[in-house]
Each structure stands twice: as C-alpha cells, then as structure tokens.
Design a protein around this ligand. Structure first.
Ligand code: PLP
Length: 478
C-alpha cells in the first residue's frame, strides 16, 4: 500500500470509527451469532493477490460487526468498563506508526522517557505517596504493564525475591527451594482470579482471607492467618489488598491492613484495577487511606480513565527487587547509557513493549484532569440514579453498597428467579449484564460502562429490567 492509498484508507476509517461510535446506541448490544458463524463468510485461504481496501471496508459490516459485542454501547453494563476515547485511538495510530519496541532506553528514548513522566503525572493526579514517583529523585517510579494481572504477578515476584534475599542474609546456607516452599501470600476471598493465578504462576502458597459482611478484608483475620502460618514454620511474604473488588466493588480495609504488613514485613500490593481511576477525585481518596504502607500500587486507566486497552499503571517504591532479580543481560541488549534511565524490559515479564504512554499523554492533555474527574463523577452519579430506581421497586433489593459506578441488585426472591431474570434480559439483547454470587447469594451487576451513557440510557436499561421482571412474574403465575 502506498502512502496515497493509506491517506484515503485512514480517512475512510476515521469516518467509519466516528460513525460507529456516535451511532452505537442503534446497535443491538449482544450479537445473535452462533459459534462458527464467521468461517463461512470469508474464503478458506488467504488471497494470492492484493485486494482493494474498499473491499475490506465493506466486509467490516458484513463479517465483523454481526459478531461484535458492543462494549461502548450505553446499554452495555457487564463486567467493568473498558475505556475508549478519540485521543487514545489517535495516539495508538501514532504508536503503530512509530512501531518501536521500547525494551531499553536506547531502543527508543522517547518511549521510555514519556512513560516515566506520564506515570509521575498520573501518580500526582491520584495523590500517591511521593515515594512512588520518579520525579522526587528516590528509588520509586512507575511503569505501564499490559494488565492488572501482570502487575500482581510482577509484584509477587518482586516480593519473592526480596524475602528470599532477606532469608539468605539471615541463614546463608539455607536452601532456596526450601525457603520458596514455605512462602505464603494472602488476599481477600473476593480478590480477582488473577491474584490467585499469580500465586500459581509464582509457585507459592496462597491463603484467601474471609471477608466481613460488606465483602471487605479486615486486618484481624489476616493477622490471625499470618500468626498461624508463622507458628507452622511458614514464611508470610505478600499481601494483596483489593480496592474495588470485581464482584461487588468492595474496598478492603487498607488503613488497618497497611500497618499489619509493615509489622510483619510482608510486601503490600494494591490492586485497584477498576476503582483506582476514581482517586483522581479528592472525595474518593479516603478509600485508599493507608496507601503509604504499600510497596506497589496498580490500577487500569484502560478500564475507567478513557485510555484504550492496554494501559495498566503500576508504581513501585523500590523497583530494584524486580529489576535486579530477573536481570538477564545479553550483549545485544546492552547500551552505553545503562543505569542512567530505566530499561523497562527489567520491570515486566515480556521483552517487547509498545509505545503505550502516548495514549496516556494524549488523553491527559486533550481532556485535562477536570474533564476526567467530571467523567468519573458523572458515571458514579448515574449509578446512584439507578440505585434509587432499584430501591423504588419493592420487588428488588441491593446486594452491596453502591460506592463507584457499579450497582449490585437482585429480586428479593430466589437465586433461580434471578438467574432466570438475567437469562431473559440477555436473551432479549437490548442490554447486557453479568451476574455474580457471594456467600451463595446470586445477584446481577449493573456497571455504567460507556462514556456515552446518559440518564435516559440508565432509565431505559431499568425499564428493560422491569419489563423482564414483569414477564417473569407472569410466567411464574401460569
Ligand atoms: N483486579 C480486579 C479488581 C479486576 O476487577 C480485574 C478485572 O476486572 C483484574 C484485576 C484483572 O484485570 P486485567 O484484565 O487488567 O488483568
């Protein structure tokens, strides 16, 4: 493809994208296709000769869109949001054009340096402790990981290398494998599945701590679990605190757990994958009280801060536990400036990395902090509007406190009724929700996901839920 054709193709695609997003309300949020729908729509083999781009454009509506779940529809309320904005889309175009692999500083200095500064900008917007920021000249700093799952694993590996070093200092002849076999990590039973998975991948034992009636991990049961493990000769080394759990957006009691981690000398990692974006608003920062005790902190701007996937922001007070622990330094990756700036290959699991800070830069500049705060506040406001509608219908009840832009609710009757209700809602395809279950109680989750969501969308979604509840009542009465 020559550059003239590229200009035409890219302009047509920009128009297509704007039309798609601006008219996304008109599309059915859940597709009706069956598994295997796509293969018959395209040839069995790759074309031998080049096709015109106009043919490819035509096939987007014919082949792709029938099988797309429209995550940016204001009627999409499943999971947690994934972010989307025009500045981020354009930044990714530029990133794809530069197409550098910024594993070391010299591999593309701008790629590393913009990331260092953007993580400082973002960290300051969240009012993170200064020990996490590179601009203060200490050890700390931030990095963009692909996902929160990677951040949890990287932090666990850092904690493991730190504890191993400390144990070897106390007992130089101790066997590494013996130490590792005794390491124990902890998280709430409501922590995301990726947290437990980090334990499996890191080859350590994981203890899930029961939560209180609000689904939060408290300090006392954690302290007790640590005490028991130490008594049994095990070595507690890593605690994950979740701020905004996936099932119900509960916040672990960081203010009380933080000091326990310090007393017990265990690495404290904070997983604020979804809710972390809200900390750009001062009125939500009380939910991260105790953050000063953390060794690492992570949240996903790609969830709620209008930066497209993938952009998971992670800060470490002392990255050396990761940088030095997994340092394999072949000649072809060495450079003369080593040590003067971060070589991000040491901060992550893969070697290769995209120029992801561009989209953070574009979004922060083209929205400005005040508009990002307005976005968060508006979405939380819409969730509270939905909460009031739930409370006004005596058939329904809330299943958790509404703190962010997630409402957990259920019919007051049985789990089976709620399962059936959800089946009817998703089967109708106008809106999309997913369920969760805590302590045997099944409930529906309504997340405000799309940046296009307005009050009338929330009201429309609620009317659809009520209509399905009416239908369920009629079915039951038959
Ligand atoms: N942690 C929490 C609290 C989450 O809600 C999620 C996903 O929703 C994750 C971790 C995993 O996020 P990622 O897909 O970025 O790994």
């Amino acid at each position: 493809m020559d550059h003239t054709t590229f200009r035409d193709f890219a302009k047509a695609m920009a128009d297509y994208i704007a039309d798609y997003l601006e008219n996304i309300r008109d599309r059915r949020v859940l597709p009706t296709v069956q598994p295997g729908y796509l293969r018959p729509l395209i040839p069995n083999d790759a074309p031998e000769s080049a096709e015109p781009w106009t043919d490819v454009m035509k096939d987007i509506e014919r082949v792709i869109m029938p099988g797309v779940t429209h995550w940016h529809s204001p009627r999409f309320h499943a999971y947690f949001p994934t972010a989307n904005s025009y500045p981020a889309i354009v930044a990714d175009m530029l990133s794809d054009a530069i197409a550098c692999i910024g594993f070391t500083w010299i591999a593309s200095p701008a790629c590393t340096e913009l990331e260092v500064v953007m993580l400082d900008w973002l960290g300051k917007l969240l009012d993170l402790p200064k020990e996490f920021l590179a601009c203060t000249g200490g050890k700390g700093g931030g990095v963009i990981q692909g996902t929160a799952s990677e951040a949890t694993l990287v932090a666990l590996l850092g904690a493991k290398s730190k504890m191993l070093a400390e144990m070897k200092e106390k007992k130089p002849n101790a066997d590494d494998y013996d130490i590792v076999s005794k390491l124990v990590a902890y998280a709430s039973e409501q922590a995301h599945s990726s947290v437990q998975r980090a334990g499996l991948l890191g080859g350590v034992q994981f203890r899930l701590i029961p939560t209180d009636e609000k689904h939060k991990m408290q300090a006392a049961p954690l302290r007790e679990a640590i005490r028991k493990d130490k008594e049994a000769g095990l070595i507690p080394f890593y605690v994950v605190v979740t701020l905004g759990t996936t099932s119900s957006c509960a916040f672990d009691n960081l203010a009380d757990i933080g000091p326990v981690c310090r007393e017990e000398n265990v690495w404290l990692h904070i997983d604020a994958a979804y809710a972390g974006s809200a900390f750009i608003c001062p009125e939500y920062r009380h939910l991260m009280e105790g953050v000063e005790h953390a060794d690492s902190f992570n949240f996903n701007p790609h969830k709620w801060l209008l930066v497209t996937f993938d952009c998971s922001a992670m800060w470490l007070k002392d990255p050396s536990w990761i940088v030095n622990a997994f340092n394999v330094d072949p000649l072809y990756l060495k450079h003369d400036m080593q040590g003067s700036a971060p070589d991000y290959r040491h901060w992550q699991i893969p070697l290769g990395r995209r120029f992801r800070s561009l989209k953070l830069w574009f979004v922060l500049r083209l929205y400005g902090a005040e508009n990002l705060r307005a976005h968060i506040r508006k979405q939380i406001g819409l969730a509270h509007e939905f909460e009031q509608m739930v409370l006004a219908d005596s058939r329904f009840e809330l299943a958790a406190d509404v703190i962010m832009a997630l409402v957990c609710f259920r019919l007051k009757t049985s789990n089976e009724d709620n399962e059936f209700l959800l089946k009817m809602i998703n089967g109708n395809g106008k809106i999309h929700l997913v369920p969760s279950k805590i302590n045997g109680t099944y409930f529906l989750r309504m997340a405000v996901c799309s940046r296009y969501t307005e009050s009338h969308d929330i009201q429309g979604s609620w009317r659809e839920i009520q209509a399905m509840a009416d239908r369920l009542e009629k079915e039951k009465a038959k």
